[in-house]
Structures are given as C-alpha cells and as structure tokens.
Design a protein around this ligand. Structure first.
Ligand code: FA5
Ligand code: MG
Length: 431
C-alpha cells in the first residue's frame, strides 16, 4: 500500500537512476506479449480499478518515490498519472484479495512439493533498467516490446517492468537457483475486459547442475523441459482439479524450447502462462556455466478469473466492499457473485488517422480521461479514401462502471473530453 514518507526521505532519492541504484543494492519485464504462438488463446486480460486519489509520494521495495520521479513532461517519459497511481498498490500482497489468495496457494504448492526450497520475492521494485527488462533476457534491439508504444518508460534507460522476467538475471547473479518472483507488471495496451495496463505475474526459475544430473548438455535440456511440465501440470491440478489443458509451442527470446499452457475456460482456450528452458547465454552471463534451468511466467489475473469466476479485470482493483468482502484468506474455491450489472453506454468516434497513430496511444488518451469507466475501445470501421490518400477509423467506446450507473451528462462530458484530446494529443482530424 502506498505509504506517505517524510519529505526528507523523498529528497534522498530524486532521479530515476538513483532509484535503480538503490534497487540493485537492496536486492534487486514486457509490453507486447513476448510470445508469438498462434493458438486461439485470448491473449490478455485486464483492467483494474481502485478509487484512490493519486498520492504524490510512495514507497517501493524500501525506496521512496516521488511522483516527479516517475511522471514527467519530457519526450523520454510516457507514464501517465493513472499508471503512477497504481504503483505501490501491491494487490498480490493482500491476503484477502483474490490475487493474494492465489499467490499464497501457489506458494503452498511449491513449499509442499519442493520442501520449501524455492525462495520467494514479492516486493521487488517495478522500476527497472532497460538492461534488466530487455538486455539481460536477450530481447532483440528491434523487438516490438521495447517500443514507447508498448512499454512505459520513465526515461530512456528506465522502465516500469513489463514482465517479472526482468528479475531473472539479477537473482541468478546473486546466487539464487530456485526462486519465485511475484509482482505488478505494466504494458501499454488495448482496452477490453481481459486487458489492463497493469497486471500481475509470477515468475519461477529452477536451476540444475549438469554434474548433479550426470547428463549431457542436450539431455539436460530435455530433462529440464520434462521437469518444468511436470511442475506446471501438477500446479494446474492443484489449483483447478481436473481441468482441460494443453501445451502449445511458443517463442520467447529467453527460452528454448518455449511453451505456453492453455486452459479451457468459458468455451475458449485461455493462455495462462509462458515458459521454457532458459537460454544458455543467460546462465553463462550469470556465472552458471554447466547448468541448465527452466523458467515460467504466469498471469495471476488470468488464473484468478478462472478460479474465482471474475468476469472483468477491472474488478481486481475495486475497493467496493461488495467485491472485497467476497474473498478471504486461504479460501480458494469461492465463486464471485456479481453485485451489479449496469448497461454499457456506447459512443463512437471517427477520425482520419496520421502516420504516427496507434491504437495503444488512443487507449492511453481514453483511459487518461475515463479511467476505469471505460470498458472497451473497439475498432468498428476503417476505410481508405484513395484519392485523398487518407484512412479513417471509427472506434466504439463502451463506458460502464462496475459499481454504479452513470448519468448521460457524465458520459457526454467524458466523450467531449475524449474528442478534444484525441484531436489535440494524437493530431488526428475528427470527422
Ligand atoms: C511473458 O511475459 C514472459 N516473460 C513469460 C515467460 C517467463 C516465458 C519465463 C518464459 C520464461 P507473456 O507476454 O506471454 O510472456 O505473458 C505471460 C502471461 O501473462 C500470459 O500467459 C498471460 O497469462 C499473462 N498476460 C499477458 N498479457 C496480459 C494482460 N494484458 N493482462 C493480463 N495478463 C496478461
Ligand atoms: Mg503470451
């Protein structure tokens, strides 16, 4: 939870690079999905809400962070206020929150099956360097996840982690060989009931010494892949009981081979995690020659949606007691009972796009204005006028509160603001 610190403390750490230095002394990410499997999975989930005012100072992993450190009017920074307000919320550390309940249950699985050998981290700062988020896990220079369109940059060398894999290398270097990292991750993204710019992942890494295994390098890879699948199939059974699931081949820059696990949920295959055998190059650079390792990163909201029957990712952020009171520590099987269903209100907006237009930028503008009152932004029409050489897009915005009914006036105000800012910030021509 964001806590207010004294001004003196705040002044101690004023730049992003200072934040990082502190972070790596103490102990110690992706915006586009890293994977590129083509299965039917619905690849994203969520949005969240919390009726908390934007505080201007918070504490992350023992480091005081002022708003000015994270949100600046500067071309190398693209973090909006509404994202800053999510830093330090730590939903995954609340024992009565669905994400905390799920995290604890996964901890139980690991403690039981691996005799408490996995070391757990759940409060590493989400502010990491580009090196940690991308370079250390071999993300190519031109990978889409590195773009300002996909990732929140604090400055050109500092980001909000877009995956918990951002901590793999640092922890390996510090000598950990079996660990779990849970945390909030940040991605610029589209808007719908399964996508939210902040969500939570749990990373796991297990390293084996080839000497202990007495197998060759190649056999080490198959050994690790088998052990990984056994671990995850066991976890899925532990959480869901008998559930229909399948492995899909995938691609990640940091693992080979790579897989994704999908669970059949509400008539669809839902991708719940990515995993694989860690690239040797990562292990070598971390001083682990002659070792083999597996890693996985799972989406906590996705699993929690399945487990608790939570229909919209925004709900994870709800402070409404009708939501929060339904969950309690250690109770995994409880199904969420919807407490309201207000009708959505749809508003369309059409404009001629320009070369720099992206849907993520549009969604940022809309979220900046409507916050969690926006449920979906969907492209419903697109056409090109060949003579003018211009393309027009029409988006339908669905406004809906999870907690109350919205008035016409309120929605009209939001939409008027959206129209103004879409024009002024995105430099498109409204139609
Ligand atoms: C990754 O982030 C990799 N770092 C995972 C990994 C770790 C692979 C270690 C190999 C080894 P991906 O972008 O697919 O991969 O995200 C992992 C999981 O996070 C997804 O399977 C999904 O469950 C969840 N996820 C991804 N995007 C979203 C989103 N927008 N909202 C909610 N959950 C999401
Ligand atoms: Mg994926």
């Amino acid at each position: 939870m964001a806590s207010t610190l004294s001004l003196t403390q705040a002044l101690l750490f004023t730049t992003a690079s200072n934040l990082l230095r502190r972070n790596s002394l103490r102990t110690t990410v992706f915006s586009a999905s890293f994977s590129s499997s083509s299965a039917l999975s619905s690849d994203s989930l969520h949005r969240k809400k919390w009726a908390q005012p934007v505080s201007s100072l918070l504490e992350l992993g023992g480091v005081a962070i002022a708003k000015d450190d994270v949100v600046r009017d500067d071309p190398t920074n693209n973090v909006p206020d509404n994202i800053f307000s999510k830093l330090g919320m730590q939903l995954h550390r609340r024992d009565n929150h669905p994400l905390g309940i799920l995290k604890n249950e996964i901890y139980n699985y690991f403690d039981t099956n691996y005799s408490n050998k996995f070391i757990k981290f759940d409060d590493l700062s989400p502010i990491v360097s580009v090196k940690e988020n991308f370079d250390d896990v071999l993300v190519p220079e031109d990978h889409v996840s590195r773009s300002y369109n996909d990732t929140y940059y604090i400055d050109s060398q500092t980001v909000l982690r877009c995956h918990t894999s951002a901590h793999q290398a640092e922890l390996l270097r510090r000598g950990y060989t079996q660990f779990l990292v849970t945390g909030d991750v940040y991605r610029r993204d589209s808007i719908d009931s399964t996508h939210y710019p902040v969500f939570h992942q749990m990373e796991a890494v297990r390293v084996f010494s080839l000497n202990d295994l007495e197998v060759s390098g190649t056999d080490g890879t198959s050994y690790a892949a088998d052990d990984l699948k056994k671990c995850l199939e066991g976890l899925a059974r532990h959480l869901f009981g008998a559930v229909e699931m399948r492995w899909v081949d995938a691609y990640f820059p940091f693992t080979d081979p790579s897989f994704e696990l999908e669970i059949f949920f509400q008539e669809k295959w839902l991708e719940v995690l990515g995993c694989g055998v860690m690239e040797q190059k990562i292990l070598k650079k971390c001083g682990k020659e002659n070792h083999v390792a597996w890693a996985f990163g799972l989406g906590l909201e996705r699993l929690a949606m399945v487990l608790f029957g939570i229909p919209d990712v925004r709900l994870f952020w709800s402070a409404d007691e009708r939501f929060t009171s339904q969950f309690s520590k250690g109770k995994l099987g409880v199904k969420f009972k919807p407490f309201s269903k207000f009708p959505p209100c749809y508003k369309d907006i059409s404009f001629w796009i320009n070369e720099s237009f992206t849907e993520n930028n549009l969604c940022e503008v809309v979220r900046g204005i409507a916050g969690d009152l926006v449920e979906e932004v969907q492209l419903i029409d697109s056409f090109t006028n060949e003579k003018k050489g211009m393309t027009s897009h029409c988006y339908r915005i669905a406004y809906r509160s999870m907690e109350r009914s919205l008035t016409d006036e309120e929605i009209n105000d939001l939409q008027r603001n959206v129209r103004e800012q879409v024009q002024s910030k995105l430099k498109v021509v409204l139609r």
